[in-house]
Ligand binder design. Sequence first.
Ligand SMILES: Cc1ncc(COP(=O)(O)O)c(C=O)c1O
Length: 384
Amino acid sequence: MKFDFDRLLDRRNTGSLKWDKYKSRDVIPIWVADMDFQSPPAILEALHKRVEHGIFGYAVPPDELVEIVVCRLEAKYRWKIQPSWIVWLPGLVPALNVACRAFGNDGDEVLTFTPVYPPFLSAPGLSGKKLKAIPLRREGDFFTFDVERFESEISPRSKLLLLCSPHNPVGRRYNRQEIENVTEICLRHNIVICSDEIHCDLILDGEEHVPTATLSDEVAANTITLMSPSKTFNLPGLNCAFAVIPNENLRRSFVRNRKEVVPGTNVLGYTACLTAYRDCEDWRIELIDYLRGNRDIVLKFVNEEIPRLSMDDVQATYLAWIDAGGLEVPDPALFFERAGVGLSDGRHFQAEGYVRLSFGCPQKNLLDALDRMKRAVTGLESSA
Ligand SMILES: Cc1ncc(COP(=O)(O)O)c(C=O)c1O
């Protein structure tokens, strides 16, 4: 191993959303999708160099970055895009909201599959649209799209699908057939697809991520793809993301709705993004290896060591989606928080009885958190 993912860095008093939530409390924060690893050394070096320049004016994306995004999408997915299709953004959450504003009129419907990352649930309402949540269904040991239900919920007012692929929080890497089942319905009903692929470089099961837009030219012309180096290289605070929008009409609507509301990216974000994509593949490969180790630990521990909890395998992301319904406590997230473990509350994802654990952290923190969870559940059992 060239990089040290076991290194424990103190993030307290560094203005960290994740760690400040439990300031001066003995709670291990293992909730938000923000890893406790330093970004790759090459990124730190590039940022130092850029800071030394000392001028932080309005930024445009460097030509080299645009070229790298184009080449990378072709190399990874055989997806040939034009530079003009790229729209730079400070994040995916603003992009989800811009998409909701851009397509349809007031009162039209935006569909999404639940449980899902909370901004998918709030963005439609913030733009005067109506959310239609379609629960994922169980198939064997995994969640998948309920395509029959999806199609049956579509009305003439359905204009947009917010798709999460890979899926936060359920950890699914959807295969080509699953995605095709959904895109085929969207094409038939003229529903624009906004495909959030922020976790696409975090595939843990050794299979390939399939970008929605690569299914066919028709699907590409109907899809806004959202990507970013932020989850993979641990840069979410640097605000660099992009959309790929091949269809000029969709792109025009998207850009118009973003104008003068959503800021551009900054020089540090562009610098980090360029370096991540150009120089940090070796780091990413080691990260995936480390995350697989953490995934195996969580999966085994939750399913075999902690009574009443269960989870599915995690094919992608560094998020474990834990079914805590068996605890029969009114608020599992609060129950674990009181036991010193800060998890995400499943209710925010529209799933009662679940908690989400982010295993993008040194193994020691993960094991400490799991140990506390086990003791809390065992204590509950012995007091019953
Ligand atoms: C599916 C998904 N989309 C978007 C985001 C956040 O995107 P951003 O920080 O670029 O706004 C996250 C963060 O966890 C996520 O999981």
